[in-house]
Design a protein around this ligand. Structure first.
Ligand SMILES: *[C@@H]1O[C@H](CO)[C@@H](O)[C@H](O)[C@H]1NC(C)=O
Ligand SMILES: *[C@@H]1O[C@H](CO)[C@@H](O)[C@H](O)[C@H]1NC(C)=O
Ligand SMILES: *[C@@H]1O[C@H](CO)[C@@H](O)[C@H](O)[C@H]1NC(C)=O
Ligand SMILES: *[C@@H]1O[C@H](CO)[C@@H](O)[C@H](O)[C@H]1NC(C)=O
Ligand SMILES: *[C@@H]1O[C@H](CO)[C@@H](O)[C@H](O)[C@H]1NC(C)=O
Ligand SMILES: *[C@@H]1O[C@H](CO)[C@@H](O)[C@H](O)[C@H]1NC(C)=O
Ligand SMILES: *[C@@H]1O[C@H](CO)[C@@H](O)[C@H](O)[C@H]1NC(C)=O
Ligand SMILES: *[C@@H]1O[C@H](CO)[C@@H](O)[C@H](O)[C@H]1NC(C)=O
Ligand SMILES: *[C@@H]1O[C@H](CO)[C@@H](O)[C@H](O)[C@H]1NC(C)=O
Ligand SMILES: *[C@@H]1O[C@H](CO)[C@@H](O)[C@H](O)[C@H]1NC(C)=O
Ligand SMILES: CC(=O)N[C@H]1CO[C@H](CO)[C@@H](O)[C@@H]1O
Ligand SMILES: [Zn+2]
Length: 745
């Protein structure tokens, strides 16, 4: 696996949740609901579709088998590379004799490896979760080892150098192979393979130190158990049953409850707690925890800068952007700054509107009002505005989204739009597909639902899709799509290995005869994740490492972000909604009101994303190494937030400007989104362009859906993303639609 950095498994939805609806769905009683989701497609089966041409994976790994199999895969790769190095020399290296064995091994390894690592996120057995994490760690070291082998690099370099020769262009190398070699070779350079001697050693030491720092940072962050102790009276505004669910204090905390900084606690608290001083304390405590991570991130920034300069780059951002769609700082910086300049006034108008409300509210409640509008006021007044001005009762909305019917309707949308056919596999089907006849080992948990996915006209198999809908102990606690097996062309050159994707979700489980209800937020999120799943399933590339969601990091969210738009159009919402009691679809008034909230406070919300992006760029573009060493990260963080959003903070109340250490919990910047946070906004530009251009006037047109499936999703990362967009749009992409959507024409 020479493709370091291509191995990330899960695709998350990192939509900032600050403005998310805080209402919890009710738990209605009195009707009978199927305890288990059962899907009925509108399409007809023309043959037995429960026996696909490729067997589904078997989830029968054990602690012992993982202990053998994870190092076993590594040994296998090592043996392949050893053999390659012994039999081919740089003088006679070709794409076929060099990449043939590398990619064939990679296909075999990836078909097994993702699943070996998957248990860590979903198994109910903690020993298996640990063994799976250990497997991931072994495999990551293994990838590092194979990706830094000199002997293999020399062969890759020779193939790369032959790309422009007659043999290269007119031999066996087609555009996709060429693209792969180019990416692969540059990946080796970024791994320091062109460095010699002591330089090489120093580079390796820096890289290894960064990995250690990342690991410690993550451990400190995920192990953070800090809380803020507050009395129930101080938490006034938060629903009583929420307050009752918090841990109760003893001793010096007698009479108080513990509010954690996890999203389910802190998000509603900042939006609902009435006392502004309490919100302030919560906000500050949240942004000043895990302080031991401050020096860790600082050191990582310095080491990254050192490593990038050794490779001849200006700074870490230049290195890290090289294989992104945006490509360089000269593109990203004006993108973020231009967006900030165009949105700043909008943000200030939003603040002014909320500040007026705050003034009245404080007067009515006899609270002091100093004229400022603070970070900790934002969610609170935003929530009041959504409830009063937009008259959207999120509880009422959720009554129209019972989980089973909503997911059914979503799958039907995908079926008709992308010409697919989802066939749910029953327990009996799974038993029949199981090598041992045991249905249990065909999923990782009894709650999991499996689908065989076919072409809409049943003309061919597409792949497998799994859904794991409900929370349980030890399970990954957000929503994400996981690739379990990538799609690729088999080495016979004709048949394909079909991809396998899983959606891991955390919907409230139906209780007895009560249905689970989804909030509109959940509906959007699920459609987004299903979009990643379809991206994976649609992959039709030759090589697994270019398949499905293996696109440039700043493009990968675009397809699923685009699909989010469907959940804001009245046509789809009316198809999707079905009141849990009456089956009626959502009344027009409620639907219109809901749709009108799409852009509420979007100025501030986007400015916050821009602030994160600018902070990320700031710390990864120091003019010199000395400047990197002198960076005051906490100061830069506070400045970036305040300057970009225009919200006021403790620095406006006499506290030092470096009051915050928000970077200590900014995990994105330590793990994979360094010099990459802008990517969320960047991919939004292209998702909006695609939606406006192709779908907005007719979002359910199957011809357009099919075109999109084949021209965008199918290509995965096998060609330049600008090319993909241009082919689909019929012109180069642009940001007009993005600005229009934001109301900035
Ligand atoms: C899992 O099932 C496969 C297919 O039947 C079998 O080859 C393998 O040995 C099993 N693994 C374990 C750990 O039982
Ligand atoms: C993998 O290779 C190592 C080192 O050669 C060896 O000790 C180990 O037993 C091998 N493991 C497996 C599962 O083949
Ligand atoms: C390539 O060169 C190596 C080393 O010189 C030699 O052993 C091998 O036979 C050659 N392979 C081919 C396919 O020509
Ligand atoms: C091949 O030619 C292209 C176009 O001139 C150039 O951009 C690229 O760097 C060349 N590649 C190699 C390996 O020389
Ligand atoms: C590739 O082959 C075609 C026809 O076989 C020929 O016209 C073309 O000049 C060749 N290109 C190169 C770079 O050799
Ligand atoms: C508001 O505060 C003032 C001054 O502290 C006090 O005199 C007054 O009674 C308060 N009014 C209410 C409604 O609490
Ligand atoms: C959606 O809105 C459009 C324009 O406001 C309207 O013409 C159409 O009838 C609505 N469709 C539904 C299903 O409510
Ligand atoms: C709702 O639809 C289901 C099946 O789609 C049906 O069984 C049920 O009777 C309907 N309920 C009402 C109140 O119409
Ligand atoms: C924020 O900082 C930028 C760059 O330093 C500057 O151009 C801009 O004027 C500042 N904006 C505000 C509102 O202070
Ligand atoms: C904040 O800045 C002051 C100097 O301006 C410095 O003494 C202090 O240590 C800094 N605090 C933090 C948390 O970095
Ligand atoms: C629990 C944990 O991993 N703590 C680590 C936090 O970071 C420090 C470094 O500042 C490590 O020494 C700890 O082990
Ligand atoms: Zn996503």
């Amino acid at each position: 696996m020479a493709s370091l950095g291509q191995l990330s498994l899960a695709l998350l939805l990192f939509t900032p949740t600050a403005f998310a609806a805080v209402a919890k769905p009710p738990t209605p009683a009195g009707q009978d609901y199927a305890p288990r989701f059962v899907y009925k497609s509108k399409r007809q089966a023309t043959a037995d579709l429960t026996r696909p041409p490729q067997s589904p994976p078997v989830f029968n790994d054990t602690v012992d088998s993982l202990k053998m199999d994870a190092p076993g895969l590594c040994n296998q790769t090592k043996a392949v590379l050893d053999k390659l190095a012994a039999s081919v020399s740089p003088l006679n290296a070709t794409f076929a004799n060099t990449y043939g064995p590398i990619l064939e091994d990679e296909h075999d390894v990836l078909t097994k490896m993702y699943i070996q690592q998957f248990y860590a996120s979903v198994s109910a057995d903690s020993a298996l979760r640990d063994a799976s994490s250990e497997a991931a760690s072994i495999q990551s070291n293994c990838a590092l080892e194979s990706g830094t082998r000199d002997d293999i690099f020399k062969l890759v370099e020779s193939v790369y150098n032959s790309l422009n020769t007659t043999q290269g262009i007119n031999g066996t190398i087609d555009a996709q192979d060429r693209y792969l070699v180019d990416k692969d070779y540059k990946g080796y350079l970024r791994n320091g393979l062109a460095l010699e001697g002591s330089q090489r050693e120093q580079f390796k030491a820096a890289r290894s130190r960064i990995t250690t720092l990342q690991l410690q940072f993550d451990q400190n962050y995920s192990g953070d158990t800090s809380v803020i102790w507050l009395s129930p009276a101080e938490l006034e505004g938060l629903p009583e049953d929420h307050i009752n669910s918090l841990a109760k204090g003893t001793g010096e905390n007698e009479g108080k409850v513990a509010l954690t900084f996890k999203a389910p606690d802190v998000t509603p608290a900042l939006a609902l707690v009435k006392n502004p001083d309490v919100r302030r304390r919560i906000y500050i405590a949240r942004d000043t925890r895990v302080l031991q991570n401050v020096p860790l991130m600082k050191e990582a920034i310095v080491k990254r800068d050192e490593a990038a300069r050794m490779l001849g780059y200006e700074h870490h951002a230049a290195l890290n952007l090289e294989n992104k769609m945006a490509h360089d700082v000269a593109t990203v910086q004006p993108f973020l700054e231009g967006l900030r300049d165009r949105l700043y006034d909008r943000g200030q108008e939003e603040i002014a509107g909320m500040n007026e409300l705050k003034k009245k509210d404080h007067e009515a409640r006899n609270l002091t009002y100093d004229g400022n509008f603070y970070y900790w006021d934002r969610d609170y007044y935003n929530n009041i505005i959504v409830e009063t001005e937009y008259a959207v009762d999120q509880v009422k909305v959720s009554e129209y989204f019972p989980l089973d019917r909503t997911i059914t309707a979503m799958l039907q949308i995908f079926e008709s739009l992308f010409s697919m056919h989802f066939v749910q596999l029953s327990t009996a089907d799974l038993a029949a597909l199981s090598p041992s006849g045991n249905a249990e080992e065909m999923t990782w948990h009894e709650d999991v639902i499996a689908f065989a996915v076919w072409e809409g006209d049943n003309s061919g198999f597409v792949g497998y899709l799994y859904m794991d809908l409900y929370p349980r102990d030890g399970k990954y606690s957000h929503f994400a799509e996981f690739t379990l097996q990538p799609g690729f062309q088999k080495s016979d050159g004709k048949s394909r290995h079909y991809p396998v994707a899983a959606l891991v979700c955390n919907f409230p489980k139906p209780q007895g005869s009560n249905p689970a209800l989804m909030t509109h937020d959940d509906v959007v999120t699920f459609f987004h994740e299903l979009g990643h799943g379809i991206h994976e399933l649609s992959g039709r590339t030759k090589w697994a490492r270019l398949s499905g969601t293996s696109t440039a990091r700043d493009f990968v969210e675009a397809p699923s972000q685009m699909l989010e738009n469907w959940m804001w159009t009245n046509l789809t919402l009316s198809q999707l909604s079905s009141h849990y009691k009456t089956n009626e679809s959502m009344p027009t008034e409620l639907m219109d009101a809901l749709i009108s909230t799409k852009h509420v406070m979007e100025g501030l919300l986007t400015l916050r994303q821009i602030a994160f992006g600018l902070f990320d760029m700031k710390i990864h573009t120091p003019a010199s190494h000395e400047e990197a060493e002198a960076l005051d990260m906490s100061l830069e963080y506070s400045r970036s937030m305040r300057n970009t959003t225009g919200l006021k903070g403790p620095e406006d109340q006499g506290e030092p400007e470096n009051w915050s250490s928000g970077e200590a919990t900014f995990g994105h910047l330590m793990g994979g989104y360094d010099a990459g946070y802008y990517g969320y906004l960047w991919s939004q530009v292209y998702s909006t362009d695609m939606f406006y251009t192709a779908f907005k006037t007719d979002p359910m047109n199957p011809a357009t859906g099919n075109k999109y499936r084949h021209m965008v999703l199918e290509k995965g990362g096998s060609q330049d993303e600008f090319q993909t967009l241009e082919e689909f749009l019929g012109r180069p992409p642009n940001s007009e639609a993005f600005y229009k959507e934001l109301g900035l024409e």
